[in-house]
Design a protein around this ligand. Structure first.
Ligand code: NAD
Ligand code: TDX
Length: 337
């Protein structure tokens, strides 16, 4: 593959993937990104001009999408509205970008017979009971888990997954799908859990934890997500779905306590705030298919070390997130969170 089109390549995970492709292949990358509030364009700085081209545009616009898909070898589709809390306040943009945008890309991939990889989330499967509440059945998500999304965000991602499956079956589009667990690492928007709590503690405030804080997320470093997506793009079987995870289950209290400890604060220094509507209890990924079939293995399995490096990154890069902090907190405060 000489040319790869990465949608959402100026976002948190997409930009990491662009760096990964530039470092590990000889492909030229074209990024198609609308540069919404969530874009982190600075993260693409430093890549040689002859390796990456940024096109600012909307994936739901056929006139923008079609010529770009026509001139690429493969599409890797990250662009999305990605924050559950925003989807509860205003679902419209999630339907347009995640559903109509994916449809628009699929139609172009069909017309020009292009390889397509769709990046999705484990949230399409709904949630699992906590381990301590189901000791005899501590199951995890697999590729066979039935879809059961809870929020407008996860429903829109589930819809996009179904479109990809239908375009494979009905139109022979050469597509694969990956469903990954919660990512962490540099350049994640401070509306998200880990960066929000790091920056709250930097500002001398208490971390804001929804509900009882026992909700579990299965954390994976974004660099491991990128290596998995590249493995699927290069070696994945057309029509297959692969779950991506790195055995990183932690409850939200454990994560904020690790952040508080890092800054020398009391682990009890926590503000419990209004719970998220429909808040999924636990996510957990069984990623054996990806590991055994494609010989992929995560490199960042020490969550505590990865979290420490991420905290240090946010301390060192305050100039990037500081301009957005007051507006993010004002929006949360208006919702009692
Ligand atoms: P993000 O919100 O940080 O970035 C999304 C990017 O998409 C931004 O650069 C934004 O400008 C762009 N975008 C949004 N709407 C667009 C449109 N209509 N046209 C073109 N570009 C548009 O998101 P992220 O956390 O980096 O997530 C990237 C992808 O990975 C999403 O598809 C998400 O569902 C998936 N995913 C995320 C996680 C996670 O933990 N964050 C886990 C699993 C899967
Ligand atoms: O301030 C907060 N306090 C809190 O307790 C925030 C922002 C979140 N939370 C909780 C909610 C979740 O249990 O922390 C957990 C993680 O929250 P988010 O960072 O909003 O992530 P989540 O809703 O799990 O979704 C993320 O992972 C799957 C990404 O945002 C999605 O794009 C991805 O698909």
């Amino acid at each position: 593959m000489d040319r790869i089109l990465v949608t959402g390549g100026a976002g948190f995970i997409g930009s990491n993937f662009v760096h990964h492709v530039v470092a590990n292949t000889r492909a030229h990358v074209t990024v198609l990104d609308k540069l919404t509030y969530a874009a982190t364009q600075e993260s693409l700085e430093g890549i040689p001009d002859d390796r990456v081209t940024l096109v600012v545009g909307d994936i739901a616009e056929p006139d923008v999408v079609e010529p770009l898909v026509a001139e690429t070898d493969a599409v890797v589709h990250y662009a999305a509205e990605s924050h559950n809390d925003n989807s509860l306040s205003d679902p419209g943009p999630f339907i347009r970008t995640n559903v109509v945008g994916t449809f628009t890309l699929l139609e172009a991939a069909r017309k020009h017979d292009k390889r397509f990889h769709h990046v999705s989330t484990d949230e399409v499967y709904g949630d699992l009971p906590l381990r301590e509440e189901s000791l005899d059945d501590p199951k995890r998500f697999t590729e066979d888990t039935p879809y059961n999304p809870s929020s407008p965000y996860s429903a829109s991602k589930a819809g996009s997954d179904h479109l990809v499956r239908a375009w494979v079956r009905s139109f022979d589009v050469r597509a694969t799908i990956s469903n990954c667990s919660n990512n962490y690492g540099p350049w994640q928007h401070i509306e998200k859990f880990i960066p929000r709590q790091i920056t709250e503690v930097i500002d001398g405030r208490r971390p804001r934890v929804y509900g009882d804080g026992r909700n579990v997320r299965d954390w994976i470093h974004t660099e491991d997500h990128s290596s998995a997506v590249l493995a699927i793009l290069e070696r994945g079987h057309i029509g297959e779905t692969y779950l991506i995870g790195a055995d990183g289950e932690r409850n939200n209290l454990e994560v904020v306590q690790a952040i508080l400890r890092h800054f020398g604060r009391s682990v009890d220094d926590i503000e419990f705030v209004r719970d998220r509507a429909g808040h999924d209890r636990r996510y957990a990924i069984e990623s054996g298919k990806l590991r055994h079939h494609l010989d992929w293995h995560p490199q960042y399995q020490d969550f505590d070390a990865g979290l420490k490096a991420t905290i240090e990154w946010y301390v060192a890069n305050e100039a990037w997130w500081r301009p957005h902090k007051d507006a993010v907190e004002a929006a949360y405060a208006a919702k009692g969170q």
